[in-house]
Design a protein around this ligand. Structure first.
Ligand code: PEP
Ligand code: MG
Length: 582
């Protein structure tokens, strides 16, 4: 029987594959190649961890009160027996030596093998013992994780073709898993504009968020169908349904390839208005997709992904090389590099190298430009790298989440300092590099005129602008239904920013998800937006809408959208704007 679960479709596309369930406490384990000379050291590290795990358990046992149920002690004893068993203290050692891999990875492979054996047992009691394996393995992992992570990370194909089922995923997880060939993901939490889902869209991975307790319904390795548009996930699909989805998958691919005819066309409305279409980039490898989609440049390069999945921030030379690759890859088209927007849902290794503490409202806390200014050395390293890369192509610098003039002036001051340093060192850079501010806080939109006087361009970040205007956590699926780009307050703030740009002759672009949603393209054109920046997979669809729009024919009441307090009225107006007879 087909079981259908409904969530929020956040990244379009159909995926057919097998489930890989991630459990909350499962450590994030990666494989590293260990150099030959360090193998015995790695074995030592593993055996030490086993020894420490035993000591921990013995100490726990010594503290169990005499009147505690016998089960408690026997549970500890079972774990101690496991640690003394060759399946845990010898086989991983052999693996480290044979595969030249890190201890964590060897342990994880052995854990998976043991779990598979338990999964096949018919006896329900014995099947529960797999939890014991997990507990013991997690204890060893925790001990190992207190030690330095090794370099030489190499990708692994274990997840190829799988659909990830998880409670939640961080952007860092998503990047790692994409490298491992996953075909979709489904999570219990998350919102349509969380950074994880933005990443999924930009990577073209179908995704659904907000299916409560999804991990309870799915078995590891079970065949699944995911529709990232409707938010439907199917389990146990019958043959007819399976065929239907296979046909839809083919149709979807055909639709995507039919858009390619727009690639070489200029972006221009039917009545001749030229529009600039730019792409958002997260990872250096995005350049290939961006070039293939025919973008006119990069309107937002989210540099924070360079800081993820590592223990120390990237040095100047490493950043220079990444930025240089991007700007050279774009063949002289402009690249807008945003300084690191870390914090909130984009933490790096639990904030360890930033000494970040847990705060109540991370989205309202030390993130983006606030964090840049709080970590001046790290910020200066990035500014120098961006400036140096500007010698190799057209680069613009953009500061995220500007809320006060003081922040903007301070950031500019640090940039000037970096320029002086480079002058003294006789290092080349573009002396006329353009500087922009993101408008993603309501206060900045209201005061956009003030900021427009001090920058070369503004860029509207609708993801955060909507979050902060409507007080909706963008990663919380419980309030996702309130996330509304058409709310008149949001539209008015966008309009204010566009007007401020016009008045001060400063370019305004939009780089939030709203810019890449073809349902809003005509409305934004009517409001005066001329620069759109979006994930590359959306470019051709938006271009299709632009090239089929005659601005002079848009309904006279288009701007009434800004007064449409009733969402139903807003939907009706939008339908008219997007209708065939506009
Ligand atoms: C935005 O907030 O709209 C934006 C583009 O920035 P980010 O999504 O990276 O916060
Ligand atoms: Mg933002």
């Amino acid at each position: 029987m087909t079981l259908e679960l409904q969530g929020i479709g956040v990244s379009r596309g159909i995926a057919i594959g097998r489930a890989h369930i991630l459990f909350h406490n499962q450590p994030d384990v990666r494989e590293y190649l260990i150099p030959a000379f360090a193998i015995e050291q790695e074995v030592e590290r593993f055996l030490d961890a086993i020894e420490q795990a035993k000591q921990q358990l013995k100490s726990i046992r010594n503290h169990i009160p005499a009147n505690a149920p016998a089960d408690v002690t026997s549970f500890i004893d079972t774990h101690l027996l496991m640690l003394n068993d060759s399946s845990l203290n010898k086989i991983p050692v052999d693996m480290i030596r044979q595969r030249r891999c890190n201890a964590e990875w060897a342990l994880q492979l052995q854990r998976d093998a043991l779990i598979n054996v338990f999964n096949e047992m018919d006896d329900p009691y014995l099947r529960t013992r797999r939890d014991d394996v997990d507990h013991v393995v997690n204890r060893i992992h925790r001990i190992l994780n207190d030690q330095e992570v090794q370099d030489h990370e190499i990708p692994d194909g274990r997840l190829k073709g799988h659909i990830i089922i998880a409670e939640d995923l961080t952007p860092a997880d998503t990047v790692l898993m994409q490298h491992q060939g996953i075909v979709a993901f489904v999570t219990e939490h998350g919102g349509a504009t969380s950074h994880t889902t933005i990443l999924a869209r930009s990577l073209g991975i179908p995704a659904i968020v907000g299916i409560e307790s999804v991990r309870r319904y799915v078995q590891d390795n079970e065949p699944l169908i995911v529709d990232g548009e409707t938010g439907v996930m199917l389990l146990g699909a019958d043959e007819k349904t399976q065929e239907e989805y296979e046909a839809r998958l083919v149709e979807f691919r055909e639709h995507i390839s039919s858009l390619s005819r727009y690639k070489s066309q200029p972006t221009k409305t039917r009545d001749g208005k030229s529009i600039t279409l730019l792409a958002n980039a997260e990872l250096p490898e995005d350049i290939t997709t961006i070039s293939a989609a025919g973008a006119q440049g990069i309107g937002l390069y989210r540099t924070e992904f360079l800081y993820m999945n590592r223990l120390t921030p990237p040095e100047e030379e490493e950043q220079l090389s990444a930025y240089r690759d991007v700007v050279e890859g774009m063949n002289n088209q402009p690249v807008t590099i945003r300084t690191f927007d870390l914090g909130a849902d984009k933490t790096v290794d639990g904030g360890r190298h930033l000494n970040q503490t847990v705060v109540t409202n991370p989205a309202l806390g030390l993130r983006a430009i606030r964090l840049c200014l709080n970590q001046p050395n790290m910020f200066r390293t990035q500014l120098r790298a961006i400036l140096r890369a500007s010698a190799y192509g057209k680069i613009k610098i953009m500061f995220p989440m500007i809320s006060t003039m003081h922040e903007l002036l301070q950031a500019r001051h640090l940039l000037e300092q970096s320029k002086h340093e480079l002058d003294k060192e006789h290092i080349e850079y573009d002396h006329h590099i353009e500087i922009g501010a993101m408008i993603e806080i309501p206060a900045s939109a209201v005061c956009a005129e003030m900021f427009a006087r001090h920058v070369d361009f503004l860029s509207i970040g609708t993801n955060d602008l909507i979050q902060y205007t409507l007080a909706i956590d963008r990663i919380d699926d419980h309030v996702n239904y309130l996330y509304d780009p058409l709310h008149p307050a949001v539209l008015r703030l966008i309009h204010m920013t566009l007007s401020a740009g016009k008045k001060h002759n400063v370019d305004v672009s939009m780089c939030g998800e709203m810019a890449g949603d073809p349902r809003y393209t005509r409305l934004l054109l009517a409001m005066g937006l001329e620069n759109f920046s979006m994930h590359p997979n959306a470019l051709l669809e938006v271009k299709q809408v632009i090239n089929e729009t005659d601005l002079s024919q848009l309904p006279a009441n288009t701007m009434e959208m800004m007064d449409a307090v009733d969402p139903l009225e807003a939907d009706m107006l939008l339908e008219q704007i997007n209708g065939p007879d506009h």
